[in-house]
Design a protein around this ligand. Structure first.
Ligand code: PPS
Ligand code: MG
Length: 465
């Protein structure tokens, strides 16, 4: 039955109101007979002090259906007003974040080229044995410095993956020198990206300070940035996919998400191949300087109902906003037999056997698309895949910088991102996504999502996870 949205919120106070405005296709939600089954609801509503509110991903324990007709004319007017104020609210943050990520991608491309052409070992191990390179520290220093310059260091709080300890050790002097050089080479290009670089190159202490300034612990109040300087470091060192991920989190909710994917192929079929094949083909038939065959930045602002993709800046070109940006939308495929599901490459990061069982049980027939990094989120947002699943081993705690930017981009592109219990990911409790129920599931649409959630429930007890 059609339902007035004010009464919906009043009747079901457990529904989360998130001040989101979404595309008309989000306004549909699918009824279900199962108690507490997951529903994707987005409703523009006039509620409390005449502020527009939207109702978003929630559990819903009844069998209503809501149609887009609930968006009454006056509410549409309110939506537009709110839309404008939201746009104004985060426009500078989004602008700076996209430019900073463009610069970070430029930096990573240079370092990755160097990796590929030289065979000497440039990969270092962190205390937890995970790999780290010159690019991780250099991107962290560069983005931290740019954000501080743009907003004032007192106003900038950053949660980021790398710390400065191992870089400050005496035996890491050569590495530190390489980081300082890489940062300065990148910052020298800042004007090309529409940002201001330093008047004179940064010294070692300034670079170390920029890295160590990213020492926020996040939390439920106020604003902070979450940065993964090189997500998918394994993909990066193997010459394959990786991402630079930056999000602004306000009062525990990601409000701006930006992902740079330097090796993302514009032809989606290339996503299934190691990036080295793309490089070989590009050498055989070089793309023209005007063609856009790979590399992008995707971004979204919470509540805009839009997600965007723009090409990476090539050669000596300048970034002129919005840099040929185009909107991206999730795929409309609802039939699992036609859907593509993606997951981490490393089986130590997510159980391939469990996801294979889930995929099979819901009727997915295609081979999984295994891609490093948050490029998986980008693939869902762009409609190149329909399902993303990650089930880490028990005891592993997911970190906010690995998911925040991707979650806001997929949701604004029309998709759904939750844990395996159907709850939104909680970015408000420090550097970890606390309380995560089993795993992470992102889907292009609510129907596919609901099927996967049910399949997890049906097979969890018999899994070894
Ligand atoms: N054991 C374990 N389980 C689950 N996840 C882990 C684990 N160890 C690390 N990580 C985090 O996973 C990030 C990489 O995730 P991906 O989806 O890109 O995995 S994969 O590289 O494709 O296998 C990776 O991000 P980066 O360190 O930035 O590469 C880690 O934050
Ligand atoms: Mg990561």
């Amino acid at each position: 039955m059609p339902l007035n949205c004010s009464s919906l919120v009043t009747q079901f106070p457990f529904i989360q109101t998130t001040r989101r405005l979404l595309n008309p296709h989000h306004v549909k939600f699918h009824s279900s007979s199962s108690l507490f089954s997951f529903q994707h609801i987005t409703i523009c509503n006039q509620y409390k002090n005449k502020t527009s509110h939207l109702v978003s991903l929630s559990k819903f324990d009844t069998n209503y259906s809501v149609s887009s007709s609930i968006m009454e004319e006056e509410e549409q007017h309110e939506s537009l007003t709110l839309d404008k104020s939201l746009e104004a609210k985060y426009s500078k943050e989004l602008d700076v974040a996209v430019r900073a990520v463009q610069m970070a991608c430029f930096l990573c491309q240079k370092v990755q080229e160097n990796f590929i052409s030289k065979s000497n070992n440039q990969v270092h191990s962190k205390d937890d044995n995970s790999p780290v390179t010159v690019a991780d520290w250099s991107v962290q220093a560069t983005v931290s410095w740019l954000l501080s310059e743009s907003f004032g260091s007192k106003n900038v709080s950053i949660v980021a993956e790398e710390d400065v300890q191992s870089l400050s050790k005496a035996e890491a002097a050569g590495l530190l020198e390489a980081v300082v050089k890489t940062v300065n080479n990148c910052l020298a290009e800042a004007p090309r990206f529409g940002l201001q670089g330093p008047l004179i190159p940064l010294g070692t202490s300034e670079v170390l300070e920029a890295i160590s300034r990213c020492n926020s612990n996040g939390g439920p109040k106020g604003r902070f940035w979450a940065l993964d300087p090189v997500d998918g470091t394994l993909g990066f060192v193997r010459g394959d996919q990786y991402a630079v991920a930056l999000s602004l989190i306000e009062n525990g909710e990601p409000v701006v998400g930006v992902i740079g994917c330097p090796n993302y192929p514009m032809r989606k079929e290339w996503l299934s191949y190691h990036h080295r094949y793309h490089r070989i083909i590009s050498k055989l038939t070089p793309p023209t300087s005007e063609s856009w065959d790979k590399g992008c930045v995707m971004y979204a602002r919470r509540g805009s109902g839009e997600a965007w993709i723009q090409p990476l800046i090539q050669g000596n070109k300048k970034l002129v906003w919005p840099n040929s940006a185009r909107p991206v939308n999730v795929s409309s495929i609802e039939n699992p037999a036609l859907a593509t599901f993606c997951e981490p490459v490393e089986r130590s990061n997510s159980s391939h056997s469990f996801t294979a069982g889930l995929a099979h049980s819901v009727g997915v027939r295609k081979q999984p698309l295994r891609v490093y990094s948050m490029v998986k989120y980008a693939a869902i947002a762009r409609g190149d895949a329909e399902i993303f699943m990650k089930f880490a081993r028990s005891g592993y705690k997911e970190k906010i910088w690995d998911h925040a930017a991707g979650a806001v981009i997929i949701e604004e592109a029309g998709g759904v991102v939750t844990d395996a219990g159907g709850r939104p990911l909680d970015f408000s409790r420090g550097i970890y996504i606390e309380g995560l129920d089993r795993g992470i599931i992102a889907c292009a649409g609510a129907k596919l999502h609901e099927k996967i959630i049910r399949a997890v429930d049906a097979s969890w007890d018999s899994s070894s996870l």
